[in-house]
Write a protein that binds this ligand. Structure first.
Ligand code: GLU
Length: 422
């Protein structure tokens, strides 16, 4: 079983390349470009030494993988998690290349990470670690080079510390080098909910194609971090029936599948009780059980590799909207496709985040401050066009949605590589 995310990413590229190859006259050039895209352009690996609150020094392994920059500066978040690995960061950076190409924003792909459980660190320790990471990657980033952002367990505050450290080194302001910043220092209105906002636009398009009416559509969301929370909340606001949610410790399902959950009330319960378990009108389920619930739409919004060859056969949903990066493995893709379960891939479903990051960068470069309305008015058509572009390819080639989105995205990157003569 392939559970190495980087091997999965390479397999996905291989599948897209074999569908694309007939379009290219010069097979030798095409194959050479695909070979280049199989691995990141640059990989930074460092060990960060931090003075802990107890006076001792602790070392943390950290990475920045820059997959490809043929379409524009490298772009992608920084993840703090104890499961971060070089293979994971490499995979995530490749997925960013396809994601930026999917909505057509002018970036390549990158991803960074630190092997750390930030919940075990004090605020001061997180700040020192974040500043040390920014110092280590300063030579490799820049507004026209590589533009990092938040990812799992990293926040606007962390971006603020990193930007501050970077600007101290270069000796001038350059807010566009990090996105996902707090508003006070050049962040964009709407960035916080952007990934969820883009995701519900995708959900709406999908529901139309499958002729599902929001009020009769049950939805289960795995993960209640920034992405899962906003997705669940905005989907409920659009009238979808969000009947199950979970966080890293477990989930809850509504006792009445016709009655969706009030997401803010669930969050308030979690704040008060320390856990979502025990929320009125629900029963507890494990994260594994949540994925197998008989809902219409399943939304993995936490981490990669949750729907695999092992459990794909037990997925009962009609469709999946991938809000996490890499939640469905290539083997699971095949199983779902045979079962006629459509999975809208991460590179489209969660692209709202990086797309509003792009708007933040544009505002920083021009010194503009757009209203939230302006930001969302620009986001929505990009998401809808990218969805339709994927759907057309899915129908034309009769392939699953990931392959359809990949064929479009990989083609854009390959063409940029060929134009540059790389
Ligand atoms: N970490 C987010 C993602 O995986 C956002 C990246 C960004 O804004 O650059 O898409």
């Amino acid at each position: 079983m392939l559970n190495n995310p980087f091997l999965n990413a390479q397999e996905q590229l291989r599948q897209a390349a074999s569908l694309l190859e007939p379009q290219y006259g010069d097979k030798k050039v095409f194959r050479a470009v695909i070979q280049t895209l199989m691995t990141p352009q640059n990989l930074v690996q460092v060990e960060l030494s931090i003075k802990m609150d107890n006076g001792k020094t602790q070392k943390f392994k950290a990475f920045r993988s820059q997959h490809n920059d043929a379409r524009g500066p490298f772009k992608g978040g920084i993840r703090y998690h104890y499961n971060v690995s070089v293979e994971e960061v490499k995979a995530l950076s490749m997925w960013m290349t396809w994601k930026c190409a999917t909505t057509g924003i002018p970036y390549g792909g990158a991803k960074g990470g630190i092997i750390v459980d930030p919940s075990k660190l004090s605020k001061g320790e997180v700040e020192r670690l974040s500043r040390a990471y920014a110092r280590a990657i300063t030579p490799y980033i820049g507004v026209w080079k590589d533009v990092p952002a938040p990812d799992v367990n990293t926040t606007g505050q962390i971006m603020a510390w990193m930007l501050d450290e970077y600007e101290k080194i270069i000796g001038r302001h350059e807010p566009g080098v990090f996105t996902g910043k707090p508003l006070e220092i050049g962040g964009s209105l709407g960035r916080e909910e952007a990934t969820g906002k883009g995701g519900v636009r995708v959900l709406e398009q999908l529901a139309k194609k499958l002729q599902l009416k929001p009020a009769q559509t049950t939805v289960a969301v795995q993960g209640l971090g920034n992405v899962g929370y906003w997705f669940a909340k905005l989907a409920a606001e659009l009238g979808f029936n969000v009947v199950a949610v979970s966080d890293s410790r477990g989930g809850i399902v509504s006792n009445d599948m016709k009655k969706g959950l009030n997401i803010d009330a669930v969050m308030a319960h979690k704040k008060k009780m320390g856990s979502i378990a025990g929320f009125t009108g629900t029963r507890s389920v494990s994260n594994a059980e949540l994925l197998e619930l008989p809902v219409d739409v399943l939304v993995p919004a936490a981490l990669e590799n949750v729907i695999t060859a092992e459990n794909a056969g037990r997925v009962h949903a009609k469709a999946i909207v991938e809000m996490a990066n890499g939640p469905v493995t290539p083997e699971a893709d095949e199983i779902l496709w045979k079962k006629h379960i459509l999975s809208v891939p991460d590179v489209l479903s969660n692209a709202g985040g990086v797309t509003v990051s792009y708007f933040e960068w544009v505002q920083n470069l021009y010194g503009y401050a757009w209203t939230k309305k302006e930001v969302f008015a620009k986001l929505e058509p990009l998401m809808v066009d990218a969805f339709n572009h994927m759907w057309d390819m899915h129908e034309k080639k009769n392939v699953h949605l990931r392959l359809a989105a990949y064929v479009n995205a990989v083609k854009r990157v390959v063409d940029a590589m060929i134009l540059r003569g790389r």
